[in-house]
Design a protein around this ligand. Structure first.
Ligand SMILES: *Cc1c(COP(=O)(O)O)cnc(C)c1O
Length: 378
């Protein structure tokens, strides 16, 4: 005998999840326009790699396009393929890592512009240009000091001596990347800018230059060149951690309280029993854990109830964490209430400080179990 499933009320999705992540799309658009205003003479691209830093490229990229972005950057060919339907056929999509040999044709077939970082990569794409008897639009990256991506000084010299190494390639941009742009006073910034200009001058191409990501934009016009490539700034991360953040917060995170209890002096909390009550207190268990991107070793972490900070007690579990709610008058926060893990005054940079990391990592670690609310305020 078979049983038809009993119909149940499924509840609102936001109630079925442990927490609700809200992404303020107007703030993303505002931040894009803010970067445009800082670099008025450059093309302002939008970096949406890693699923728009974890916020959802499918939702974020169309908003950036509507705000005026026509050039998008991703890291991988696959990310470019996934992005294409969300920005339309006319938008430029540039792949920072460029293609590996077997992905060159997929990359070009979808009109993704590769960044070529090495002579090998140049060779792979040149071979396709020859086979298809056409010129292929590319970006060349130069290593100006970070030793991560891009052509070395020797590579540049080799191309200068053999310009036919670029046969079939239409070099549309020459780029590099700053290693210390978040440190305004670091002399490496100006050195890298000078090297970009000097190395690019040796190449047999005349293309615009690009150096600045988010922090570089806020270093000033000497770093803007022809195109700027902000990512993190669009999502509200402070470009210079020791200066006031000129950008609007983009993400909020509210978690459900699963249960509360009263502890006596000597009671312990969490795996390893690492936290011990020094006196009577009240605690709440909330439905977000390290599987949701809140790192287990987090020290000094806080969550918020209205304006009240609630210290995180002991170790964070996979699906939950325990917080001290003694400061909240009895009865105001009980099971089924909600607390803020991220809000407009305690954002990704604050969580990053508590975790000993950077806002970028907090964003890209945000888990996939949250109910997501994409909001437009205006
Ligand atoms: C990720 C990335 C960016 C964007 O950096 P933000 O600091 O997030 O603005 C720009 N350029 C390159 C090469 C990148 O890898």
């Amino acid at each position: 005998m078979t049983h038809a499933p009993t119909p149940v009320h499924a509840g609102w999705p936001a109630q079925r999840a442990g927490a609700v992540l809200s992404v303020n799309l107007d703030a993303v658009a505002h931040n894009y326009r803010q970067v445009v205003a800082r670099a008025p003479n450059a093309v302002c691209a939008a970096v949406v790699k890693a699923d728009a830093y974890g916020l959802g490229a499918a939702q974020v990229a169309p908003v950036l396009a509507a705000a005026g972005a026509t050039q998008f950057f991703v890291a991988h060919v696959d990310e470019g393929l996934a992005l294409r339907p969300h920005v339309g056929a006319q938008a430029g999509i540039t792949v920072l890592h460029g293609p590996r040999p077997d992905a060159v044709e997929a990359c070009l077939a979808h009109n993704l512009r590769p960044v070529l970082n090495s002579l090998e990569q140049i060779g792979w794409v040149r071979a396709v240009a020859r086979a298809q008897q056409r010129r292929i639009g590319v970006v060349l990256q130069l290593d100006t000091g970070m030793s991560r991506f891009g052509l070395s000084t020797q590579d540049v010299a080799q191309i200068a001596a053999n310009p036919d190494l670029l046969d079939g390639l239409d070099v549309q941009l020459v780029m590099s990347h700053l290693a210390c742009a978040d440190e305004r006073a670091n002399p490496a910034n100006a050195e890298q800018a000078a090297r970009l200009v000097a190395y690019a001058a040796q190449l047999p191409v005349s293309a615009p230059l690009s150096l600045a990501a988010s922090s570089g934009v806020f270093l000033g016009p000497d770093y803007h060149f022809g195109l700027v490539r902000p990512g993190a700034a669009l999502y509200g991360v402070a470009p210079h951690p020791d200066e006031p953040n000129p950008l609007r917060p983009v993400v909020g995170l509210k978690a459900h309280v699963l249960q509360t209890r009263t502890l006596s002096k000597g009671d312990r909390v969490g795996y390893g029993l690492t936290w011990q009550a020094e006196g009577p207190c009240r605690v709440a268990t909330i439905a977000v854990g390290y599987a949701d991107g809140f790192v287990r070793a987090r020290a000094n972490g806080l969550v918020w109830f209205g304006g009240l900070p609630l210290p995180i007690l002991g170790r964070i579990s996979m699906d939950s964490m325990t917080v001290d709610i003694s400061a909240i008058p009895q009865g105001q926060l009980e099971a089924d209430g909600m607390v803020d893990l991220l809000n407009d005054t305690y954002g990704v940079d604050d969580v990053a400080r508590a975790e000993g990391t950077i806002g970028y990592e907090v964003l890209t670690s945000l888990g996939h179990r949250y109910h997501r609310n994409y909001t437009r305020t205006a």
